[in-house]
Design a protein around this ligand. Structure first.
Ligand SMILES: C[S@@+](CC[C@H](N)C(=O)[O-])C[C@H]1O[C@@H](n2cnc3c(N)ncnc32)[C@H](O)[C@@H]1O
Ligand code: SF4
Ligand code: SF4
Length: 353
C-alpha cells in the first residue's frame, strides 16, 4: 500500500481489529562494530539482550501468518543474534517477505545457506570503499571479509539459480564522503547489487560530526549527489537518496517538519527486551510483550494516541517533530539532524560519559 493510498479517508477506515501488516524486529541489541558515525558509539543501550528461538515462538510466531513482511533489524546488528538461523528458518516457513540490513561481517556458511533463495532483500552497509577508508569510518579493518561474504552469497545464488536476496549497498552521506559515492556505485556493480546504492544522510551524534551534516553545505551536497546519480545512471546502477534530494525534501518537509509518515498504521517495532514501539525510531514504548499480546498493543490506546500525533503539526509527537528515520526525516532542519547534545536517544539509549 502506498502512502497516497494510506492518506485521507483510508486512515480513518482502519478498524481496531486490524493487525499490523509488517513488523520490525530487533533480534539483538548488540553489534560487532562501532562505526564512527553510529549511535552505538555515542549512546549506551539500556540492557544488552537478544531474542531466543523459544521467546520468538511464544511471543511473535502466533502473529506471523497475519503479516505480509518482516524486517529483522532496526538499530543494531541482526547477525549478533545467537538464534538468527533458527528464527529466520521459522519465518521462512510462512512465505512472507523478509528483509534486513547488516554490516555482513558475521555471515557464516550456515547463515548464507539459510538466506539464499529465501530472504527477499539484503542491505549491506559500507562506508569507505577501500581498506583505509572503511577502517576509518567503520572502526575495523574488515572490508575484505565483507567482500568475501558478498562473493559467497552471489556464488550460492548462481549455484542455486535463485534471484533472492536482492542486494543493496547502503552508505552514509556526510560532506566528507560524498566524493566516494561513485566508488559506492562501482562496488554495487561489482557485487551485483540490483537494488543499487542507498545513501542515508548523516545524523550527528557528536559535536565533531555536526559540520559534516549535508545541511551544512547544501550546494556541495546537491552538486556531488547529482554527479553521483548521473554516474550511477551511466553505469546502469540504481541509486536513491533515502531522505530525498534537497529540493524535494524541502518541499516535502516544509509544513510538517518531516516527510508524511504512515508507519504506525502498518507496522510495529519490537525490541529484544519485549518493548513494543510505534516505529523504529520512537522513544516511548506503547507496550511490552511481557504484559500484553501484540494484538492488544496494536489496538491499544497508547498507540492510538501516538498515531494522532504523527502527521498533525498541532499535536505532533516530539520524536516525529525531530524524526530521524532515514526515509521520513527532514534533511534540512538542524534539530532533526543534530543530536550532538541529546542525552537520551531512541529505545532508552543514554549518552556515554
Ligand atoms: C544502525 S544500522 C543497523 C543495521 C546494521 N548494523 C547495518 O549497519 O546495516 C542501520 C543503518 O543506519 C546507518 N547509520 C548509522 N549511523 C548513521 C548516522 N549517524 N547517520 C545516518 N545513517 C546512519 C548505517 O549505515 C546502516 O545502514
Ligand atoms: S554496523 Fe550498523 S549497528 Fe553496528 S555500529 Fe555500524 S551502523 Fe551501527
Ligand atoms: S518518528 Fe518518524 S518514522 Fe516514527 S512515526 Fe514519527 S514520523 Fe514516522
Amino acid at each position: 500500500m502506498t502512502d497516497e493510498e494510506m492518506s485521507g479517508d483510508l486512515l480513518g477506515a482502519i478498524k481496531p481489529s486490524t493487525l499490523p501488516l509488517h513488523m520490525d524486529i530487533d533480534l539483538s541489541s548488540k553489534c560487532n562494530l562501532r562505526c564512527s558515525f553510529c549511535h552505538l558509539s555515542y549512546f549506551n543501550v539500556p540492557n544488552s539482550s537478544q531474542i531466543s528461538f523459544e521467546y520468538f515462538m511464544e511471543k511473535i510466531d502466533p502473529i506471523l501468518k497475519q503479516l505480509k513482511s518482516v524486517t529483522l533489524f532496526s538499530k543494531y546488528e541482526p547477525l549478533t543474534c545467537r538464534d538468527f538461523v533458527k528464527i529466520f528458518n521459522r519465518i521462512s516457513e510462512y512465505g512472507i517477505e523478509t528483509y534486513f540490513s547488516t554490516n555482513a561481517i558475521l555471515f557464516t556458511e550456515e547463515s548464507i545457506e539459510a538466506i539464499v533463495g529465501r530472504l527477499r532483500w539484503l542491505t549491506v552497509s559500507v562506508t569507505g570503499f577501500n581498506r583505509e577508508d572503511y577502517a576509518r569510518h567503520m572502526g575495523a579493518d574488515r572490508l575484505d571479509k565483507v567482500v568475501a561474504n558478498l562473493r559467497a552469497i552471489n556464488e550460492l545464488k548462481r549455484k542455486r539459480g535463485v534471484h533472492y536476496p536482492m542486494l543493496r549497498i547502503s552508505t552514509v552521506g556526510m560532506l566528507d564522503t560524498l566524493e566516494d559515492l561513485p566508488r559506492a556505485v562501482d562496488f554495487a556493480k561489482e557485487h551485483q547489487a540490483e537494488e543499487g546504492v542507498q545513501v542515508t544522510a548523516l545524523i550527528a551524534y557528536g559535536e565533531e560530526m555536526v559540520e559534516r551534516m549535508p545541511l551544512k553545505d547544501r550546494e556541495r551536497f546537491v552538486r556531488l549527489t547529482q554527479e553521483a546519480l548521473r554516474y550511477a545512471r551511466e553505469q546502469g546502477v540504481r541509486m536513491a537518496l533515502q531522505s530525498g534530494g534537497m529540493e524535494e525534501n524541502q518541499a516535502a518537509t516544509r509544513e510538517l517538519g518531516h516527510r508524511p509518515c504512515f508507519l504506525p498504521w502498518r507496522r510495529l517495532s519490537v525490541q529484544p527486551d519485549g518493548a513494543v514501539y510505534p516505529c523504529p525510531v520512537s522513544y516511548k514504548p506503547v507496550g511490552n510483550l511481557a504484559e500484553s499480546s501484540l494484538e492488544e498493543i496494536w489496538n491499544g490506546s497508547a498507540l492510538e494516541a501516538f498515531r494522532a500525533g504523527v502527521n498533525d503539526p498541532a499535536r505532533m509527537n516530539p520524536e516525529c517533530r525531530g524524526c530521524t528515520h532515514c526515509r521520513h526525516k527532514s534533511i534540512i532542519r538542524e534539530d532533526a539532524n543534530d543530536y550532538s547534545k541529546a542525552d537520551v536517544f531512541f529505545a532508552g539509549m543514554v549518552r556515554k560519559n
